[in-house]
Design a protein around this ligand. Sequence first.
Ligand code: ZN
Ligand code: ZN
Length: 417
Amino acid sequence: MVGTVTAGLPRMREDLAELYRDLHRHPELSLQEIRTAALLAERLRTAGFDEVAEGVGLTGVVGVLRNGDGPVVMVRADFDALPVEERTGLPYASTARAVAGDGHEVPVMHACGHDMHAVCLAGAAALLAQTRDAWSGTLLVVFQPAEELAVGARGMVDDGLFERFPRPDIILGQHVGPLPAGFIGYGTGPVMAAADSLDITLHGRGGHGSRPEATIDPVLMAANVVTRLQGIVAREVPPAETAVVTVGRLQAGTKDNIIPDKAELGVNVRSFTPAVRDLVRAAVERVVVGESRTSGAERDPEFRWFASAPALVSEPAATERTVAAFSEYFGAQRILPMPQVNASEDVGVFGESLGVPTVFWFWGGLETESTVAAFTEGRMDELPGNHSPFFAPVIEPTLSTGVEALVVAALTWLGKG
Ligand code: ZN
Ligand code: ZN
């Protein structure tokens, strides 16, 4: 059955590669994916989908292919790009610039490979649409915006994704990464971390740099907060658990001899279980309030949590079943078990909101031979990873493997034709 569906891939390859180069050359920031969304919606219409909707969760695209009795299988790809200046030197490298949410002009690049995700799903959708006799059930194709802001999946769910379109029995998705092209990596259970972003404002009392006694210095307060926050993972999280607290932004003041009246911090928290996530979030607030009061601040700090994604759980039994199908199709030597990844993905929001399993895997995008050598020699850190200005998958065999993996996974759950 799988072979019947993937038989059409060789004829489609060059067209998909051209779509990939086009998307790569024209990346769009999160929630600005207008051109990308229009191209993908057009692909679904051309493929003969029964229903194609745009603008779901602002810029999301949904396609429904009804093909008789059987399960509803949702296959998801994200399609937003990042504010990164591309340095790959590829002939189809991006030179795009755009105005980010904060009003600044930034370079834009598909540095996370979401263009590859979208093209592979467009290809898999077209193959399944061409071969309706080979399977039965309903295919729900979801092109999701704004994964990089961790708001896109939530936006689509809140916009009625599962009320307006068939409710899936299972959710499938994949991410390209710094593995050898042609290989698939997988984990079971929590495979990617929960992510929580936090803006903190510390209030002091400003004044002349020569008269610290008349001020409450938010710079010293912020410095203490930064070091003190590192005690949470070191001293409060059980050693067998994993968490990260990163202060990625610290801003205060305008001039050396002025003590400012406030300091701002941007904090990112990663965790894998709800218990650790709650523990760390509460500890961060406790430490910051504590430092502020210890400094004599007259006003407590302010917290703004945003961009939260739950840990991504690839449901163990469903993952085993899908990976068994991968092994059969690709050969077991091309399937690699992988450790947990501390990066995050908001795809888990879909399954969590419905209480249905998600199966999520990774696939390789780096030149096969040199990457296998780097893995063998323990030089993985030298490889360009996601979000690097040098990260761009080799088109083949990345594209074909990504299309085939989606088809194999979807057919594992759809009914037989
Ligand atoms: Zn990313
Ligand atoms: Zn990504």
